[in-house]
Design a protein around this ligand. Sequence first.
Ligand SMILES: *Cc1c(COP(=O)(O)O)cnc(C)c1O
Length: 470
Amino acid sequence: MVDHGEQQRKPQSSYDEVLGVAEHHARAWLSSVTERPIPPRLQAEEIKDRLGRELPDDGEPATEVIARLAEGTEPGMIAIGSPRFYGWVIGGTQPVALAADWLVSAWDQNTGLRKITPAAVAVEELAGEWLLDMLGLPSESEVGFTTGATLAQFTCLAAARDEVLRRAGWDVETAGLAGGPRIRFIVGEERHGTVDLAGRYLGLGSPTVVDSDEQGRIRVDALRRELAASSGPAIVLLQAGNIHSGAFDDFAEAIAIAHEADAWVHVDGAFGLWAAASPRLRHLVSGMEGADSWSTDAHKTLSVPYDCGIAIVRDGPAMHRALSMHASYLQATDVGADPHEKVPELSRRARGIPTWAVLRALGRSGIARLVEGLADAARGIADGVGALPGVEVLNDVVFTQVCLTLDDDATTAALSEHLWNEGEVLAMTSRWHDRAVVRFSVSNWGTDAAQVARTVAAVERAIGEVRTAR
Ligand SMILES: *Cc1c(COP(=O)(O)O)cnc(C)c1O
C-alpha cells in the first residue's frame, strides 16, 4: 500500500509550493525595480536583525524560509536593474536571460565534462561559436565561461603565462615559477584594477606600467620603448573600454609592436569588446582581433544575471595546458576539450546558457541595437547634462561612459551624494586626472531616450539644489 504521507515528504513533490513563493517574490521585486528608489535603505547589520541572528535548533518550512528571506532582505536591496542606475558598469537582467538562469538552477548540471552533461555543453559551445562570429574573433579560439571578467582575465593570462614561458624553454606547469625566467607584464596606466589582481594570482607580481594619453589609452610610443628596454618573455595587456572615458587602445599599432617583441597580447574588454557587435561602433575595436586572448563579461553589456564572464583564447592547447587536470574517475572526452579545461573550476553551473538565450532572443541585429542604445544613451546624457551651466564633460564620449565635473571637487561630490539621497538616479563619484568626477556608466538595456530625459531632469534639479545649499 502506498503511504501518501510518506509521498508528500519526498523531495520531488515539495518543489512546487516553495517555487511558487519564490516566483511571487521575484515578480514583486522585478515589477518594483524601475520606480523604486535605487539605493538600499538599510545596511547589512540591520538586515541581519530582520532575518534573525540565531541559528535555529529546529528548522522551519521551506516556504517560510523563502518568505523570510525575501521580506527580510528587501530594504537592503539596491536596484541595480534600474534603467537609471549608472553607478558602475554592471547592467540589469534581460527577461529571457533570467528565465534561462532559473532553468540552469533547476537542471543543476555540473558542467565540467562533455560526456556527462552534453546538453549543457552543447548550448555553451553554440553560444561560444556565436560570440566569436559576432565579435569578429578567430573561429579557432576556445571559449570558457567564468564567474566574471576578473576570472576571465586570470584564465587568459594563465594560458599566456604557460605559452610565453614555454617559448623561453620553461615548463611552468611542472617546474613552477621559482627559478624560471621573469615575465614582463606590461599594462597601461589606466588599466582596470582587476588586471593587477589577475596578475597577482598568477605570480606575475606588480605590472610594469606604461603611460596613457589624456583619454586613458596606452601610449604606443611608450609601449614600444618599454618593450625595447629589456628582453625575455612578455605579456602586454590592452584595454577595450576605459571605465572613466570609455576609450579604446590603438589595437592595430600596439598589437603589431607587441608581436614584434614576441609578446602575448591580452585585451581586457569587460564591456568594450561588445563594440565589435555593432557595425556603427566596430571601428573602435579595429585590429583587436589580432590579439592572442580576450576577456569580457556577459553580466554587464549582455544583461545576463550574475555571474558570467567569458575567456577567449586563440591558442587552445596553451589554455588546456594551463587549466586542465586528469583523474581516472572522470570520464574524459575524446572529441575536443572538456569544459573544465577552459576555466579554473572543475564543477560549476552551466552559466553560459543564459548567454545563449540572450543571443538567440536578440540575434545579431538586436545585439547591435543593444550596444548602440547604450552608446546613444551616454551621448544623450553628455549632451543634456553637459549643456547645463557650470557642467563640464571631461571625456570624449565615444562609447558608454560619461565623466563630468561641476564648479569644484566639493560641489561635484555633493552632486552624486544628492542624487543618492534622492534615489531616482544613481551615479557615483570617482577621481580622474586628479579631479573629482561624477561618472555615468550606461550599461542597462532599459536606458532609452525617455530614461535619459528623466536622468537629465533629475541631474538638473539636483545641481540647482546643491548650488542653493552651498
Ligand atoms: C568590470 C570590469 C572588470 C572586472 O569584471 P568583473 O566581472 O567584475 O570580474 C575588468 N575590467 C573592466 C574594464 C571592467 O569594467
